[in-house]
Ligand binder design. Sequence first.
Ligand code: SAM
Length: 279
Amino acid sequence: MLQRNEISQTDYERFRQFLEQACGIVLGEGKQYLIVSRLTKLLRDEEIPSVAELLNAIQRGHPRHLRDAVIDAMTTNETSWFRDGGPFELFEKLCLPELESRLSQSCRIWSAACSSGQEPYTISMILHDYLRKKPDSRLKNTQIMATDISNSMLALARRGIYEEYALIRGISPTRRQQFFTALDEDGRWQLNNEIKDRVQFREQNLLQSYTSLGRFDVIFCRNVLIYFSIERKIDILTRLAQTMNPQGYLFLGASETISGYSDAFEMQRTPYGVVYRRH
Ligand SMILES: C[S@@+](CC[C@H](N)C(=O)[O-])C[C@H]1O[C@@H](n2cnc3c(N)ncnc32)[C@H](O)[C@@H]1O
């Protein structure tokens, strides 16, 4: 098994540099234990003896899946349904009515680091309930684009099948009945098509160009900027602003802020929390 003290300072620096350039994640000083805990299995399965050999193999570009597997292992995919509550109340109670009154047609929503799908599917559930009350709404054809760098997370999200333990993190018994169907005796639940079909999943590295995604009225980019350097934050927020229509809404995670990083947005404080509006 890979040991912490087997990773030389040189290999650690090389690995940090690779990770930052590949996906933006900044590993602090002395985090060798993270490499050990997250990559030991991969190294064993791939029969790669050390971090140095792993980096050499990635640099040679062979085998091709190795780079993705390392990024997959090093990213944190923690998520839940209706995470933090407030932002989704804000979306339901303030954004949707405002978008309805301002836009002449459906809006476009982007969940920009969607992990296993809970965030975009939460948005879809809210939209579903909103449209049930307002069947003639102009927002009725609204689509949600959901992206992530991790293909394994995207595969889980596309399947829309969740274990009991994932469901209880934010799904009430009422919503479970409304939106899920019991799949088997192992306690797995299938998300209903009416919620799934509104969400389109796609691979997107936030460090790369967004121009092919089109423009959005609402972007959720939550709990991912925290892993990035100041320069990356500035760059990503600048490019997010460029993909948004004027007056669009940007939602960040509870511990994230734009202040000092972008002046393309105005902070709006509401009873449900903070949202950023594109100028
Ligand atoms: C902690 S999860 C947040 C999920 C969801 N937004 C939420 O708030 O519950 C962070 C996600 O960001 C993704 N991620 C990390 N680096 C990324 C990058 N450079 N581009 C796109 N997604 C990235 C990870 O794969 C992971 O699924």
